[in-house]
Ligand binder design. Structure first.
Ligand code: MG
Ligand code: ZN
Length: 218
């Protein structure tokens, strides 16, 4: 039994080492890198599209899309004006630092102000794998239900920013915002939170202001 634990620890340590190397590369290039995580369908790609629309004339933006298969999301990011790289994980349900390292080698990082990494849709293991991004960002969406912080605490404890998407649907759902936010507060009392709608654009100004400030600080 202890042998098995030590193997797992070695894998984590190797990943963390590569994540540090990725971070050093991103710091040197001065490109703010955000790691977007969420369950499938929460609106990661829609958030990227709307963010690109708002910022593509002001900043040079690259997108790295992680998916088990297909290039659908990278194609959408490219259509919205980003330089896009697709990572197909071949079955793996999260990105790791080595996958990001390979994708970074396809970009001239110094050319960019912002790099958005769209992780594989999954609320579980992406939280356990650092990839070297400056900010870890979670998108929760109202149709997923208000109990998600209670069910997936590790994810909520390991992110810097929370976007609550699809607030335009609140009147149609039994989503209890107070119950949801109470759960978030228990896990991460000072988590920066933006309620948004990628459909209507509601709440986007606050999110964009936060992002622009972070880009300028990188
Ligand atoms: Mg997507
Ligand atoms: Zn996984």
């Amino acid at each position: 039994m202890p042998k098995k634990v030590s193997v797992v620890e070695k894998i984590y340590n190797a990943n963390d080492q590569l994540a540090l190397e990725n971070r050093a590369k991103l710091d040197e290039a001065g490109v703010l890198t955000i790691n977007l995580m969420a369950s499938p369908g929460a609106g990661k790609t829609s958030l990227i599209e709307r963010t690109l629309e708002a910022l593509r004339d002001r900043f040079k933006i690259a997108v790295i899309d992680g998916d088990i298969a297909s290039s659908i999301d990278a194609d959408r990011a490219a259509a919205a004006g980003a330089t896009a790289v697709q990572i197909n994980t071949g079955g793996s349900c999260h990105l790791d630092a080595n996958m990001l390292r390979n994708a970074l080698s396809q970009l001239d990082l110094k050319e960019f102000d912002l790099l958005i990494v769209e992780n594989v849709g999954n609320l579980i293991c992406p939280a356990g794998f650092q990839i070297g991004a400056h900010k870890n960002i979670l998108i929760a969406s109202t149709p997923e239900g208000d109990d998600k912080p209670y069910k997936y605490p590790t994810m909520y404890q390991n992110v810097d920013v929370l976007l609550i998407n699809k607030i335009d649907l609140l009147s149609l759902l039994s989503f209890d915002m107070d119950y949801f936010q109470k759960g978030v507060k228990i896990l991460s009392p000072n988590l920066v939170t933006f309620p948004v709608s990628c459909q209507t654009g509601e709440g986007f100004d606050a999110w964009l202001n936060w992002l622009i400030t972070a880009i300028k600080e990188a």
